[in-house]
Design a protein around this ligand. Structure first.
Ligand code: NAD
Length: 471
């Protein structure tokens, strides 16, 4: 049992003034593993005040100084990859196939941002004007539980590169991971107040940060519903807002696809991070004339997707993060059948052999359409809907017929055709044939998947205001 009772303000670990505590669980066993003492509104205000005091000096640091800080942050995080991985496995249940990528990637976000900063010109000339890109002010970051470490590092890296100080409110369900990460970031020895990390409930600390007049910019990753609330709260003071929200990605198998390659890739994209991923390709679009063949191959391939705890190196799908989330995913599985979709595999309850832990059977529905709630709403678990299409036109139309637009997948053999199709998808990213993540490319969504972009130059500029000095 670990009782976490500190937050990080002004370069120091301090006891929160808030007195509420929350329980932390191991989702693989359902056991309570600790408690976290949560910050209150006053703590949030203290953190903002510290970031505000640090801002004038920090915003005037040179590129070279900030690159040095980013390198130090990277070294500090990279030095504790094992501890961070263990914490993510314990508290979140992430399988090794995810942590193997996610934790090194989280540490490397500092290096990626350092390289972006290296090449970025903060001054340029437009006509007679000298245009200066100036940090917009103190930032707030609010992050979800499904990749807590990576969201904190990428948002912090971008703020540092821009010259902004920041207050970070991680998910209250990720406090063990946050504690270890904060310890490493502290080791990097940045000036006090540059970053502050405050555990707390969303409707308390998150809401205060979204409204606080001294916060100039909010960067949020989480659900569309909370994103809407943050946007409303931020409106009064016209904060700059970046919202990375939900998704319901189309996973399009084209008629020329080589199924030996495509079926494993499509399932990996569908079940990424145990399905608890905004970028999961959860609508598998299949040409009518290949439907039977694809269903047979999916059913066969799914047998290789072992469900289990993170200490099992063969487990590809871990538990749902909490009892509440497990119940939510289960309710969607029941809904699918009620709506008239047919089960290809999976269904309600836990997989055979797992009698505790919030494990869900990887589930694939077919025979439904794109109007069903299971095809329109984000389930955030290992649940896919296979939807048949007539021709390319219909595939594009189904793909775009969604309130979301975060990440789409195309699988086929004709590269030129897929580039042309990619241009027709309303999606912040289109991934062709399972291509790996590109940290320099913008990331974010169309429609209700969000506002703005993170990563690379687009991400950096979302923390900057252009100022024209005209002579
Ligand atoms: P959530 O929206 O419930 O919570 C996210 C964060 O917001 C948490 O830190 C929470 O405490 C805080 N919060 C809650 N209410 C708030 C309020 N009123 N004001 C301010 N902050 C508040 O999301 P979650 O359940 O933690 O994560 C899952 C969701 O995140 C999914 O919908 C998923 O699609 C989304 N997500 C999006 C991306 C992306 O990059 N687009 C990435 C990962 C997850």
């Amino acid at each position: 049992m670990r009782n976490l009772d500190n937050i990080y303000i002004d370069g120091e670990f301090v006891t929160p003034k808030g007195t509420e505590t929350g329980d932390l669980h191991n989702p693989s066993t359902e056991e309570k593993i600790g408690t976290v003492r949560l910050a209150g509104v006053e703590d949030a205000r203290d953190a903002v005040a510290a970031a505000k005091r640090a801002f004038p000096a920090f915003s005037r640091t040179s590129k070279a100084e900030r690159i040095d800080m980013l390198n130090r942050l990277n070294a500090a995080a990279a030095g504790r990859v094992t501890d961070l991985t263990q914490a993510m496995a314990l508290e979140y249940g992430a399988p090794q196939n995810f942590t193997r990528f996610a934790i090194p990637h989280a540490a490397s976000s500092f290096l990626t941002m350092a390289s972006v900063l290296e090449d970025y010109e903060f001054e340029r000339y437009r006509g007679r004007a000298r245009v200066v890109m100036q940090p917009s002010g103190v930032a707030a970051a609010i992050t979800p539980w499904n990749s807590n470490i990576g969201f904190i590092t990428s948002k912090l890296a971008t703020a540092i590169a821009a010259g902004s100080t920041i207050v970070i409110k991680p998910s209250e369900m990720s406090a063990t991971q946050t504690q270890i990460l904060t310890e490493c970031l502290h080791e990097a020895g940045l000036p006090k107040g540059v970053f502050n990390i405050v555990n707390g409930y969303g409707n308390v600390v998150g809401a205060e940060l979204s409204r606080h007049p001294d916060i100039a910019k909010v960067t949020f990753t989480g659900s569309t519903a909370v994103g809407r609330e943050i946007l409303r709260n931020a409106a009064d003071t016209f904060k700059r807002v970046t919202l990375e929200l939900g998704g319901k990605g189309p996973n399009i198998i084209l008629d020329d696809a080589d199924l030996d390659l495509v079926i494993p890739a499509a399932l990996r994209m569908g079940f990424i991070n145990s399905g608890q991923a905004c970028i999961a390709g959860t609508r598998v679009l299949v040409p009518n004339h290949r439907l039977d063949e694809v269903l047979a191959r999916l059913k066969q391939e799914i047998e290789t997707f072992k469900v289990g705890a993170p200490n099992d190196p063969d487990a590809m799908i871990g538990p749902m993060v909490s009892r509440k989330h497990y119940d939510r995913v289960q309710s969607y599985i029941e809904l699918g059948t009620k709506e008239g979709a047919r089960l290809l595999t999976g269904g309600p309850g836990r997989p055979t052999g797992l009698d505790r832990g919030w494990f869900t059977k990887p589930t694939i529905f077919f025979g439904g359409d794109n109007q069903m709630r299971i095809a329109r709403e984000e389930i955030f678990g290992p649940v896919l809907s296979v939807i048949a299409y007539r021709d390319e036109e219909e595939a594009v139309s189904i793909a775009n017929d969604t309130p979301y637009g975060l990440q789409a997948y195309l699988h086929g053999t004709d590269a030129a055709r897929m580039q042309a199709l990619a241009d027709r998808l309303d999606s912040g990213r289109v991934v062709i044939n399972g291509a790996p993540h590109e940290p320099l490319a913008p990331f974010g969504g169309f429609k209700q998947s969000g506002i703005g972009r993170e990563y690379g130059v687009c991400g950096l500029e979302a923390f900057l205001e252009p100022k024209a000095v005209i002579t």
